[in-house]
Design a protein around this ligand. Sequence first.
Ligand SMILES: [Cu+2]
Length: 453
Amino acid sequence: MHRSGYRMMLTRRILQIVVICCFALVCVPRAVFAHGLIAGGAQVIEVDAGRYPLRIEVQVPTGAPTTLTARVWPVQHFEGAASVSLKATHVNSQVFDEQLVFVPEGQHTIAVFDVAITSVGTWDLLFVVRDSRDQEGIVVVPVTVPETSAPPLTIPLFVAFGLLAITLTASIVWPTPAPWLKGLYAHGFTASLVSALVLGGVYVWPSVVVEWRTPTNQSRPYATAVMAVDTRALMIELYDGATGLPADDLVPHHQALMHMVMIEKTSQTFLHAHPARIATGVYSYDLTNIPNGTYDVALELERIGSGSQILRGTIEWVGSDLPARAPATRRSPVPAEYTQNDLTFAITTSNVPRVGMPTTINVAVIRDGNPVPALEYWLGMRGHMIVRDVQGSLFGHVHAAGAMNDDFQPVAQAGHTVQFVYAFPRAQEYQLWVQVQVNGQILTVPAVLSVQE
Ligand SMILES: [Cu+2]
């Protein structure tokens, strides 16, 4: 009797452990090794390859062998006829496939590629743009092609149903078992039935699981950036802040692997660009058409499983034929109207800007006295605003309030105003740069805002 009681207790414990293991399998997030573009729908990134800003859309497949489709949009016309090539190389085996597309002169052709993916794993997509003057722009986009896998709950669900089937069969084969086996029937049956019901329910409504399984590996620390200017480009090397090893685990955020804002200290020449990844942890941005000067550089990036971060530095650029620009003329603080070509930007605030209080900044875009039909989505938002204090110590990147849309194609929806909300930390003047897109053109409007105590 004593012995059978012990057996029952042991059986109960084993069953409890089995059930706990089932749930652990479900709940524990899988390790994430992927980086770059990851499977799941079409992904769009903006990148400056040499002198050419490109929009690259990649449809990352699941499983192999298969085909990967990529489309390349030139954001500005190529000089003369051009060619765009794609070479997809499997990082481990060096197996590759390549294609070349010619873009006739003066045409805004989208280059479409279908390359063979022979095995799962990380692939480097090397895009090369070459124009009629033999100027070249390159970018290497990493993509991770995962194994085709069953939905995440398949195995635990099968285990639960298996246990249920075993206990049911056993109770039919041995209807009058020994006392210790009775306990096994009862507990085994209850445990496997409950597991099967819970797992089955979550299997049918997978959104519950997606919530649990969101990869949140906050252990990845900050990256550091080493910036150097060579004869014609800014070279950026990223390193892991904790180990000093190259950091090459960026994922796209706001439709780019890296956003870069450059502001010249005297002329306040402003630039928002997307350096191209050209090698492991190395990014490059062509400076040929950038006026000489001393630039504050802010890099916004996101490492996988980690939040976004801003890395800052200063570079001296003297290699351009374009001389340094004259010091910026002083602008009158908001509320103000600024004109650029045929567009007028009316910038106002909804409340008096005060320290620590959220200030709403409204930007209305008007052409010939009429509101423009629509401000388009750019990098997933209707508008971006960069905030800086005059000393350059504060750097903020504010997105337009309201709905976000990550669709590649701008949504032609009425709306000629954008609003930004920001709480300024000190009573002083701040420099603002508002960026919106109208008719496919990105416009940058500088402004000054005075904040009171
Ligand atoms: Cu950007």
